[in-house]
Design a protein around this ligand. Structure first.
Ligand code: UDP
Length: 324
């Protein structure tokens, strides 16, 4: 297939580009490089451009014929979204709408959309399945939920086929090396823990030790980036046979607390990890664990990297000598 990957220079997108190229697909990346890295794009042509620029999209779709789009391009930090909601609604909602319009103009009828567990807000039960109510508690989650709704409406009105994949906590790096997670500033737990083990970056903070969990710290479901890529490939195959707009939650189904992640990271790094305790971070639910039963049943997806130490070890390989 000819696949357009929007946001293919970012963390998950760059892994997907490699995976698609390895599967023999022709890949074009469209990325504004606001948070992505040119060096992360391998095995694909990079077109630098912005989803907020309809003329750049018209040019892109005018020059190439795509069979499907995989759409990662978005702002994705909860705290930033609370401080700058317009930035989030503009990039994530208007940008996606521009992309969907350009797809429609060009007759491209399949899209895999990066959604998030943040669409759920505070969970009412665990694990979280696709029928769980969606009440996002921040603009980031709200912006992603709006696009899910757009996709449902587009399926109805225009016959657009879509799969929205709601990632829980994406983690790890390509097992064969070369690419990984590189955000500046970094806000995510595993990279911050590993940077701290390497003596880089600011002192590690554990946000909140008084949550109603087994050790007082937040529990999250960490899913390996390579497993997320396999789910996208499965979603592309699924859309070949299935019309409509579909939603899937993606996680390992097992939660680890912040302190459990620190312990596992200390074993991987062979070093004690120092940290300070800090107040709760605004907008962090105590526990987020996915039920991925639907993805297993309907996409035939089954995560291969479920061991937290192995997930962290792949990230450790990257963070010891990041290429960018
Ligand atoms: N966290 C932490 N220290 C950090 C970064 C994150 O204690 O430096 C906690 C955070 O409060 C949350 C968990 O680790 O409970 C996972 O946070 P992350 O930002 O990695 O992902 P999120 O769950 O927000 O998508």
């Amino acid at each position: 297939m000819n696949v357009l990957v929007c946001g293919g220079a970012g963390y998950i997108g760059s892994h997907m580009v490699r995976r698609l190229a390895a599967a023999g697909h022709q890949v074009t990346v469209f990325d504004n490089l606001s948070t992505g890295h040119r060096e992360a794009v391998a095995g694909a042509e990079l077109v630098v451009g912005d989803l907020l620029d309809p003329s750049a999209l018209a040019q892109l779709f005018g020059q190439r014929r795509f069979d499907a789009v995989v759409h990662f391009a978005a702002r994705s930090l909860v705290g930033e979204s609370v401080a700058q909601p317009y930035l989030y609604y503009e990039n994530n909602v208007v940008g996606s709408l521009n992309l969907l319009r350009a797809m429609r103009e060009a007759g491209v009828e399949r899209i895999v959309f990066s959604s998030t567990a943040a669409v759920f807000g505070h969970p009412e039960c665990e694990p979280i399945d696709e029928d769980h109510p969606t009440r996002p508690i921040n603009p980031y989650g709200a912006s992603k939920l709006m696009v899910e709704r757009l996709l449902a409406d587009a399926a109805q009105a225009y016959g657009l086929r879509s799969v929205s994949l709601r990632y829980f906590n994406a983690a790890g790096a390509a097992t064969e090396g070369g690419i990984g997670e590189a955000h500046e500033p970094e806000t995510h737990l595993i990279p911050n823990v590993l940077r701290s083990a390497l003596g880089r970056g600011p002192a590690l903070k554990v946000f909140g030790t008084d949550y109603p969990t087994r050790d007082g710290t937040c529990v999250r479901d960490y899913v390996h980036v390579d497993d997320l890529c396999e789910a996208h490939l499965a979603a592309l195959r699924f859309m070949g046979e299935t019309a409509g707009a579909h939603l899937f939650n993606l996680g390992n189904g097992q939660g680890f607390s912040v302190l459990e992640v620190l312990d596992a990271a200390a074993r991987v790094a062979g070093a004690k990890i120092d940290y300070e305790t800090a107040p709760r971070r605004a907008g962090d639910p105590a526990v987020l664990v996915a039920s991925s039963r639907k993805a297993r049943e309907q996409l035939g997806w089954s995560p291969q990297h479920t061991d937290i130490e192995a997930i962290i070890a792949s990230a450790w390989n990257w963070h010891r000598a990041p290429a960018y």
